[in-house]
Ligand binder design. Sequence first.
Ligand code: PBG
Length: 328
Amino acid sequence: MATFPIKRLRRLRYNPVVRDMVRETQISKNDLIYPLFVVPGTNVKKEVRSMPGVYQMSIDVLVEECKEVEQLGIPAIILFGIPEHKDEMGSEAYNPEGIVQRAVREIKKNTSNLLVITDVCMCEYTSHGHCGILDGEKILNDKTVELLAKEALTHVQAGADIVAPSDMMDGRVLAIRKILDENGFIEIPILSYAVKYASGFYGPFRDAAESAPAFGDRRSHQMDIANALEALREAESDIEEGADIIMVKPAGAYLDIIWRVKEKFGMPTAAYQVSGEYSMIKAASKLGWIDEERVMIESLTAIKRAGADMILTYFAKDVAKYLDNKKK
Ligand code: PBG
């Protein structure tokens, strides 16, 4: 192996054209999944307080947004719903006429190729804001799983292309796979939030989805932030239950986990750059402390470099525009 002065690593860094040629990781539009929040009403477009540039939209506005997203070349969205009524059983989650189900139908009618992924969880639909059915203060795993499976089925019946369970109940991937198959939807993939940590980075999302728990937290089902080997067990069990794509969430502070999961299973792997990751970049750039575009691309490139094949990010539209401008 050559050493200095024969070897000079800087040789490939002087010319920007050469730099482009040897770049190992590039963000492309195909990597992007754009999260969207649908609310009741018409003509509603309300900015989320803690997430500048992110809006709650009624179905009519959302449909227009989806057309724009498709036009920008972003392949996929993931949809979150805020229902008109919340109750103890989260019954709007699995209502065939619920907000997400209606939104999916309208989006599908008005776009041609946009991939519609739906988030499957109970926390936006329960009056107590927990991800499942409660017995006292305890979340009942198996009862919740039944309802999640029903929820996923109604999403797919409405036209969802992929379902993404984010609840972290045990056994939900298998239950969803079963109910989809029994109803003839053998070709619909499951993107499971396989490794989801109990993270402080979800703070702003709870403004967007109006899903903050009324008491307690999510530590009885989401993972302890300190654990990595457990992440591999979580991923393994979801793969065994039939998950087609596995997700690690959050992304930026868990690059080691993305890397380990990808190395160990070699599965299509998604990563979620969550609300807090987005809001921190937005806030610091608003204060003039960092260069927003630069840090946006750097954070996403790092997530991809760690092994993510696709990234859920609130920056998706900004990235698509950035890539278009770069081409010109
Ligand atoms: C649960 C869900 C959450 C997020 C995605 N799905 C919130 C939670 O677990 O509390 C967080 C996403 C983000 O912070 O951007 N339905």
